[in-house]
Write a new protein. Structure first.
Length: 141
């Protein structure tokens, strides 16, 4: 499994930032585990529902156990643990969304096998970077 606490947190924060219209939710790469999506980021209940819907679709959380209910708590740690449990149960695919520039945004599901294969191909093709600067959120393909 390729999922770590840090990369799941980054995806959650990137998606939250998109909802809040703040890149990376205005936060540094490392944040405290007790960060609260409501108190610290200011996500209201509707925004948290929107975030949960995006994460459920992206990670396929709804195809896993009821223990992975994101909205049961507002802490980043809870959301990260739910996602990690879900990926441990089912790590078969990820669902991305098209940009919607030529119509409505559409979900596109990719198998983890094909994504990892593409990553390995690109790793052989390109040299190891010394620094990575993100210009788009981590949940974009």
């Amino acid at each position: 499994m390729i999922w770590t606490t840090d990369n799941v947190r980054r995806i959650v924060l990137d998606m939250a930032g998109r909802i809040l219209q703040k890149p990376h939710a205005g936060l540094p790469t490392t944040v405290p585990t007790e960060l609260d999506l409501y108190l610290d980021l200011g996500l209201d209940s509707l925004q948290r529902m929107e975030l949960a819907a995006h994460l459920n679709e992206f990670f396929g959380i709804l195809q896993t156990s009821a223990h992975n209910y994101l909205l049961a708590d507002t802490t980043l740690e809870h959301w990260t643990n739910c996602i990690l449990r879900a990926r441990f149960e089912n790590d078969e695919s990820l669902t991305f969304r098209t940009s919607g520039t030529s119509g409505g945004a559409k979900p596109i599901t990719h198998t983890m096998e094909s994504l990892l294969s593409e990553g390995q191909f690109l790793a052989r093709l390109l040299t190891q970077p010394r620094q990575v600067i993100s210009s788009v959120p981590a949940n974009h393909i």
